[in-house]
Design a protein around this ligand. Structure first.
Ligand SMILES: *[C@@H]1O[C@H](CO)[C@@H](O)[C@H](O)[C@H]1NC(C)=O
Ligand SMILES: *[C@@H]1O[C@H](CO)[C@@H](O)[C@H](O)[C@H]1NC(C)=O
Ligand SMILES: *[C@@H]1O[C@H](CO)[C@@H](O)[C@H](O)[C@H]1NC(C)=O
Length: 357
C-alpha cells in the first residue's frame, strides 16, 4: 500500500484524504500531484476538467494562446473540479506560466523591463524587486499561483542563448544573484511561487544552443560552474525560493551522461546535498529536443522522477501527454521502477508547496 497514511499520521496533517480506495487509486492520486498539464487554444478542454476531478492533475502551464479574458474563470473552474477529486485536501492546483519580463511574458501586465535592462540599471536589486511585484500582480490577476521565473543564468558573451532575448540579468554573478534574490522575495511576498532556472545555469550556452530543440553539452569546468553559474542559485535559495528548474543541458564536469534534470548527481548531490535546497524541483518541458536520446515522454518522466525531479512539465499543448506521464508514473511505482519512499517524500514536498496557495 502506498504510504500516504503513515505520512499523514507522521505529520498529523492529512496530505491526502484516503477513503476506501485501492492501492492503484492511491498511486494515481499521488502521481497526479507530479504532473503539470498544458492544452491548445483558448479554452481548457473538458478532458482536463475531468482529469482534475479524478485527481490526476497537479497543475497546468499557461501559454500565450491560452490567454484571454475568460482564462481566470476557466482556472477557477479547474480548481473547483479538482476540489471534488478524491484525496483533495485544500491544496490548490499549481497554476504556472513564464512571466519573466521583457520579451518573455505570457500574461498582460509586465514586467515590461527585461532582466538585462534591470541588471544594467543604476539600482538593479531595487528594479528587480519592483519587477517581482509586477510579475506577481500579473499572475494574481489571472489566478496564476506559480511563475517560472526568474532566469538565474549568468551569460558569458553578448548575444548568447539567454542574452539574445535579454533574459539574463548580468555577466556578473553577484549582480545576477542580487537581482534574482530581490525578484524572488518580492514575488513570493505577494503570494506567487518563484522558480529559479535553469540549474546549474545555461549562461554558457551560445546563441544556437537551445535545449528546446536539440541536445546541448556545456563544457564548463566544475570550478567555474560553482564560482559563476551556481552563485545566483545560492542567492535565490538564501532568499527562500520555493522551486528550481534544472536545465536540460549536459554538464560533463559532474555528469557526462545525463542532462542536469535527469541527473541524480545534479539534483540530489549538488542541488539538494551541497546547496541545501529543500524546495520543489520542476522539470523543463519534457518533450524538449535535448532529451531525444532518452526515449518517450513517459520514459523521460520516469528517469526524471528517479533522479529526484518532483514535478514533470508536460508542455506540448496536449492534454494526453500529461495523462500518459501520469499513467507511466503509476506503472513505474507498481513495477518497482520508482521508489515509493522517495516518491512519497517528493509528493509531500509538492503538497507543502501548494498549501495556502
Ligand atoms: C534587448 O535590449 C536591448 C537594449 O535595451 C534592446 O535594444 C533590444 O531590442 C532588446 N532585445 C530583445 C529581443 O528584447
Ligand atoms: C511527447 O508528447 C508530445 C505531445 O503529445 C508529442 O508531440 C511528442 O512527439 C512526444 N515526444 C516523445 C519523444 O515521445
Ligand atoms: C524502468 O524505467 C526505465 C526508464 O524509464 C525503462 O527503460 C525500463 O524499461 C523500466 N523497467 C521496468 C521494469 O518497467
Amino acid at each position: 500500500m502506498f504510504c500516504l497514511t503513515s505520512l499523514a499520521l507522521a505529520t498529523s496533517d492529512h496530505l491526502i484524504n484516503r477513503g476506501a480506495g485501492t492501492d492503484t487509486d492511491d498511486l494515481s492520486i499521488a502521481a497526479g500531484c507530479h504532473v503539470i498539464y498544458s492544452w491548445p487554444g483558448a479554452s481548457i478542454p473538458q478532458q482536463l476538467y475531468d482529469l482534475a476531478q479524478e485527481g490526476k492533475v497537479g497543475g497546468v502551464i499557461i501559454y500565450g494562446e491560452n490567454v484571454n479574458d475568460d482564462l481566470p474563470t476557466q482556472i477557477r473552474k479547474l480548481q473547483a473540479a479538482y476540489a471534488k477529486s478524491p484525496g483533495y485536501n485544500s491544496k490548490p492546483l499549481l497554476i504556472t506560466t513564464d512571466q519573466e519580463g521583457g520579451e518573455v511574458v505570457r500574461l498582460p501586465g509586465g514586467p515590461k523591463r527585461s532582466e538585462a535592462t534591470i541588471g544594467a540599471s543604476a539600482h538593479p536589486a531595487k528594479e528587480a524587486n519592483q519587477a517581482g511585484k509586477v510579475a506577481a500582480a500579473a499572475c494574481n490577476a489571472y489566478n496564476v499561483n506559480g511563475n517560472l521565473a526568474p532566469v538565474l543564468d549568468v551569460y558569458r558573451h553578448p548575444g548568447d542563448f539567454d542574452d539574445q532575448f535579454n533574459r539574463s540579468y548580468s555577466m556578473k554573478p553577484d549582480i545576477a544573484s542580487d537581482c534574482g534574490a530581490a525578484f524572488v522575495k518580492a514575488q513570493q511576498a505577494n503570494g506567487v511561487v518563484a522558480t529559479g532556472k535553469h540549474f546549474p545555469g545555461l549562461g554558457a550556452a551560445k546563441k544556437n544552443q537551445n535545449t528546446d530543440l536539440e541536445p546541448v553539452t556545456l563544457h564548463v569546468p566544475f570550478h567555474k560552474l560553482r564560482a559563476i553559474d551556481e552563485v545566483p542559485f545560492r542567492g535565490a535559495i538564501g532568499a527562500g525560493i520555493k522551486m528550481i528548474m534544472p536545465s536540460w543541458a549536459i554538464y560533463p564536469a559532474l555528469d557526462p551522461k545525463y542532462p542536469s534534470g535527469l541527473s541524480t548527481k545534479w539534483i540530489q548531490d549538488e542541488l539538494r546535498g551541497r546547496l541545501g535546497f529543500q524546495g520543489v524541483t520542476i522539470s523543463d518541458a519534457i518533450e524538449a529536443g535535448a532529451l531525444e536520446d532518452f526515449g518517450s515522454n513517459s520514459t523521460r518522466a520516469v528517469l526524471a522522477s528517479r533522479a529526484g525531479m518532483d514535478i514533470i512539465l508536460a508542455a506540448a499543448l496536449d492534454v494526453s501527454q500529461g495523462l500518459k506521464i501520469h499513467d507511466a508514473l503509476v506503472t513505474a511505482m507498481k513495477s518497482g521502477n520508482l521508489s515509493r519512499t522517495s516518491f512519497e517524500e517528493s509528493t509531500k514536498r509538492i503538497l507543502e508547496l501548494r498549501t495556502g496557495l
